[in-house]
Design a protein around this ligand. Sequence first.
Ligand code: DCP
Ligand code: MG
Ligand code: MG
Length: 357
Amino acid sequence: MTRVIFHVDFDAFYASVEIRSNPSYRGMPLIIGADPKDGSGRGVVVTCSYEARKFGVRSAQPISLAYKLCPNAIYIRPNFQLYDEVSGDVMGLLKKFAGKFEQASIDEAYMDVTETCSRYGGPVELAHRIKSELQEIERLTCSIGIAPNKSIAKIASDMKKPDGLTYVDVKHAKEFLAPLPASKISGIGKKTEQRLNELGIKTIGELAVYPTSKLYEEFGKNAVWLWAIANAEEKVEIQENYVIKSIGTERTFEEDTDSWEMVETELRTLGGSVHERLLAEKMLFKTVTLKIRFVGFETYTRSKTLRFPSSSKECIIDEILNLTTEFKSHAKKVRLIGVRVSSLEKRQAKRIDEFAE
Ligand code: DCP
Ligand code: MG
Ligand code: MG
């Protein structure tokens, strides 16, 4: 049976997360990485916004080179803990659309949606639904490749970045692959590319028709997967590997507010949506965390850990509201609030859980 596989990869992930917390960076060349120290800095570019890429800046370049290419960019140090947390949130959001879900890196995932996509009107409709949900809830964009297998989906997601969507129908899979350079195949690095070139193989199409016995002589066992990928015959399953560490969500107010009534209403909504996901995942939590940011980027987090795991919505909301008490006398207006539950554990099917609703 033909499968429907998605590969989702977020656009300029770390940079987009930073822009989300600081909208004044939007539209600017933004470089995440080492301190450039006016050109004398050591270390590398971790990633950069698409605006910075126009100047030739790329991941893994020395920061001194980035500074030559784009001295006027905004340079910031990475905040890995934040990216990890956001990664968990977006993966949790993606997972619920998939039959099988495999996180492949901090910002990418494979999804088998063969069974689920018809609920949304088909593969392309589901991709749009995912994109709009990510925009609405997480304010992030991603690129999606849809294909009959993982290797083609991965290549497809990279075709139209940023905010791309590329659908490769099973009937056109070989045609799609044929003109692409062999190096587009994930797993073909510089060395393999060089050896393929020496055999006169530049494109995936040339690789597909290369005599298999000669390919085997050259690459041994690796010839098998090379041939399968090039011929759109790769059938590797999605490996379910996703472990949820926390469930959270946050909101920036349209306008900064000093109305605690409004803050409270919003916290109840956020708490409700966190609770919904907790139930969907059949999880219990022990820790509740409030995040609050005031005007001027002054940000605080406060946590409460329960003695026993719980799945109660009231408990989330009560604890969150308690945690806001100390901030009520704060002179500044509130810009952002967030609710997160962590120390998660799987709910046991047969155990009577007196703390559950
Ligand atoms: N990353 C890293 N080192 C690299 C490349 C990337 O630490 N050499 C980090 C920063 C990226 C994140 O991993 O934001 C995801 O990597 P991607 O390759 O998906 O790159 P981006 O998401 O930044 O950009 P793109 O829009 O090209 O996917
Ligand atoms: Mg990415
Ligand atoms: Mg990636």
